[in-house]
Each structure stands twice: as C-alpha cells, then as structure tokens.
Design a binder for this molecule. Structure first.
Ligand code: GRF
Length: 191
C-alpha cells in the first residue's frame, strides 16, 4: 500500500478552507492526512478547529522571533519533523521568503479569491466589487516570492452582478471549499 501523503495547512483566521480540507481527508476524498496547522495568530478560530480535529498546531507570535528568517527556519524545521509532503496556504496573511521557499519551494500552494492575475494581494474581493467587475473567481497557484504571482494550477469563475458583499463571499467560499480539495487530489495524483 502506498503511504498516505502528509499535508500542512497555513492559516491566519477563520479557517473554513482548513476545515474543508480536513473534512475531505477524513472522508477519504483526499488520499492524505492534514498532519499540521501553522498559524501566526494564536487566538484565531482556525486553532480551535485544528484542536477539534486533533491536528497538531504550531501557533506563534511573529514579532517574538528575532527575524523573519528565524521564524521561517522554525517553521521549515517543524515541517521537516512532521514529514510534510505538501503545504496548502489557506488565508495565511504573510509573504513567504527564500528561507522557507528554498526548502519547500514547488511544494507550496495558495488559494486566492480572485481570477489572478487580477486583484492580487489583500482585500481582493472588496476591490473587485469596488471596481465593478461582473465575473469574480478563485485561483489556486504555486507560491513564490511574489504576492499571488506564482504559476496557476486551477481557476474557477463566479459570475455575480449583485451588490451584497456577504452574499458574494458566501459564493466564493462555497467554490473554494470544493475547488481546493479537488485540486489537492489532482496534484497528489500527479506527483
Ligand atoms: C479565503 O477566501 C482565501 O481565498 C483567502 O483567504 C480566505 C480564507 O478564508 N486567501 P478561511 O479562513 O479559509 O475561511
């Protein structure tokens, strides 16, 4: 029997994508286990979600590290110790630097709530709505040192002409919760 792949999820906030990925693993839809959560906000809801699912968590306060390189070295060591195969960023609000990318580059993916390369960076959905776009979307891409600029793996368009941002977030999350697990399945099969 082939060994199950080992996933890490990095998140800073609510963690609905974390939950969707864990649920898909637990249901056998993703042939992998989420073995660790990495979180830079110890009080975030995602930490509680991880505890409920028994997922080991590295939660830290970034400013307590002497430098970003020290912080990323600690994270990469933690990933090594837990034999992580693939890192899934899901609302992790930090740009990764070469310290982590030199050790895990090509094995880190991110989900972003826009049709990249449009609306890279923070507040993508709000900015797209302010701009008046009629087709929103979700992108999953490899992570490099740019902000939401790595090679695109999967995308889905979400037509929306209303003005209710909460409704739009709901539509986007529903797509994310389906597209992220499905894309992880695809990537693991290709590896
Ligand atoms: C998602 O919309 C994702 O696209 C973005 O951050 C959000 C995280 O939401 N990168 P959640 O914490 O998974 O609910």
């Amino acid at each position: 029997m082939t060994k199950k792949k080992r996933l890490a999820v990095f998140a800073s906030g609510t963690g609905s994508n974390f939950e969707a990925i864990v649920n898909a693993c637990e249901a056998g839809k993703i042939p992998a286990d989420v073995v660790v959560l990495v979180c830079d906000k110890p009080g975030a809801l995602v930490v509680e979600r991880a505890a409920r699912h028994g997922v080991k968590t590295l939660a830290f306060v970034p400013k307590l590290f002497p430098s970003k390189a020290d912080m990323e070295t600690a994270i990469a060591d933690f990933l090594d110790e837990n034999e992580v195969d693939l890192v899934c960023l899901a609302g992790y609000m930090r740009i990764l630097s070469s310290t982590l990318l030199s050790r895990y580059g090509g094995r880190i993916i991110n989900i972003h709530p826009s049709l990249l390369p449009a609306f890279q960076g923070a507040r993508a959905v709000e900015r797209a709505m302010e701009y008046g776009v009629k087709v929103f979307g979700v992108t999953i891409h490899y992570v490099d040192e740019t902000v939401d600029g790595g090679r695109i793996i999967a995308q889905r368009a979400i037509p929306y002409e209303g003005e209710d941002i909460d409704e739009l977030f709901g539509l986007i999350h529903a797509v994310e919760h389906e597209l992220y697990p499905a894309t992880i399945v695809r990537l693991l099969a290709e590896r």
